[in-house]
Design a protein around this ligand. Structure first.
Ligand code: FMN
Length: 367
């Protein structure tokens, strides 16, 4: 606990509550600034942004608050060794059935998805370092120790994402100042970067104490934490803070599409599943028609999904049209297993409620 307090105090963060970075729209500068101003730690999800978009968002947060905040990036994937062209062409043909306008089918046909260039990632990192963002977190990989050492030169605290104890150990050895331990319950993409047996996914309750026992740096628990009960449980397991995504997805300040918010709040019994259908990388979201149809076709061995981020590029026109038409059945509805506990409210009220619940549960347990 001393370790926890000193780490957060050094960051200038008063409460052990991080609003998860949520790339693709939900993590607006307003959401990030509100959580940070309330004494938690807000994160921009910069994974899909260019260097310029990243700079703009950082400056917008700074206009709203002087409180510390974080920026999260995606470590670029190493391109697959097999040529993905065959799976790209068959996927284009399959996706055409979901394009209900000829223009959209032609747009999908014309796509030439590519692995992101190292150069664009490096340009984005230069901006984040130039802007002296106090906390940098990353997912989908583990950079070399020299790279992390360079990121730390300006004083930033570096946080990596692990889904197994082995990944946490590798991140600590590479020089990370803290580790996000992301359990099976978590909404959005899994941060997994070491080869993984998909029958061995570890839940937050089992993962956090194992990571705490294996590393010396502070651990941030993520996955399925929705209220004060969950926060206290994570702290009891040895976490220094929690990173909550789904709870903040329906906050007033989040940029989540209204039809997506509506699905979170009203599709209570659909449940979530891990799927590669939207992006090519495993991510957890609320089940919908698109996910069910593609996962079914994959299970029936009718089709293969191209690797991330190629599939992400291929499904983009359909997801964009779904947004225009308010059709949540074709959007990626990333959410954690706890999503039925989400309620729409301003982000400041979320943080205040979480802190009150945390105190209440603490008191009730000491009876
Ligand atoms: C919509 C959405 C987008 C996400 N995007 C990112 C991201 O860009 N970077 C990242 O490290 N984690 C991302 N995550 C995962 C979160 O960091 C965190 O692990 C997860 O939200 C915790 O589980 P919970 O949703 O049950 O709280 C995302 C999660 C959601 C729900």
């Amino acid at each position: 606990m001393d370790n926890q307090n000193s780490w957060l105090a050094k960051l200038g963060v008063r409460h052990p509550i991080f609003a998860a970075p949520m790339a693709g729209g939900p993590s607006t500068p307003e959401l990030v600034a509100t959580v940070s101003r309330a004494g938690g730690l807000g994160f921009l999800g910069a994974g899909y942004w260019s260097a310029d978009q990243t700079r703009d968002a950082i400056r917008r947060v700074r206009k709203l608050t002087e409180a510390p905040f974080g920026v999260n990036v995606f470590i670029p994937e190493t391109p697959a060794r097999d040529d993905p062209q065959r799976s790209v062409s068959t996927m284009k043909a399959w996706l055409r059935n979901w394009a209900d306008e000829p223009g959209l089918a032609a747009e999908i046909d014309a796509l030439q998805p590519e692995f992101p260039s190292r150069a664009s990632f490096e340009a984005q990192m230069e901006v984040i370092l130039e802007e002296r963002v106090p906390v940098i977190s990353f997912t989908f990989g583990c950079p070399d120790p020299q790279v992390i050492a360079r990121w730390k030169e300006g004083g930033a605290s570096i946080i990596g994402t692990a889904t197994t104890p082995e990944e946490a150990v590798q991140l600590e050895q590479a020089g990370c100042d803290a580790i996000v331990a992301q359990g099976y319950e978590a909404g959005g993409h899994r941060g997994t970067f070491l080869p993984m047996d998909e029958t061995r996914l570890i839940g937050t309750m089992a993962l956090v104490p194992q990571v705490v026992d294996r590393v010396r740096v502070p651990v941030v628990a993520a996955g399925g934490i929705m209220d004060g009960r969950g926060i206290l449980a994570a702290l009891a397991l040895g976490a220094s803070a929690v990173q909550m995504g789904t709870r903040f997805l329906v906050a007033e300040e989040s940029g989540t599409h209204p039809a997506y918010k509506h699905a979170i709040l009203s599709w209570r019994d659909r449940g979530t599943r891990l799927t590669r259908s939207f992006s090519g990388r495993f991510a957890r979201g609320i089940r919908n028609a698109f996910m069910d149809a593609l996962d079914h076709a994959v299970d029936a061995k009718e089709i293969e999904i191209p690797p991330y981020p190629l599939q992400n590029t291929l499904t983009q026109p359909i997801r964009r049209q779904a947004q225009q038409q308010n059709d949540a059945e074709r959007m990626s509805l990333w959410a954690g297993q706890g999503y039925p506990l989400a309620r729409p409210m301003p982000a400041l009220a979320v943080v205040q409620e979480l802190l009150e619940e945390l105190e209440r549960v603490k008191r009730s347990l000491s009876l």
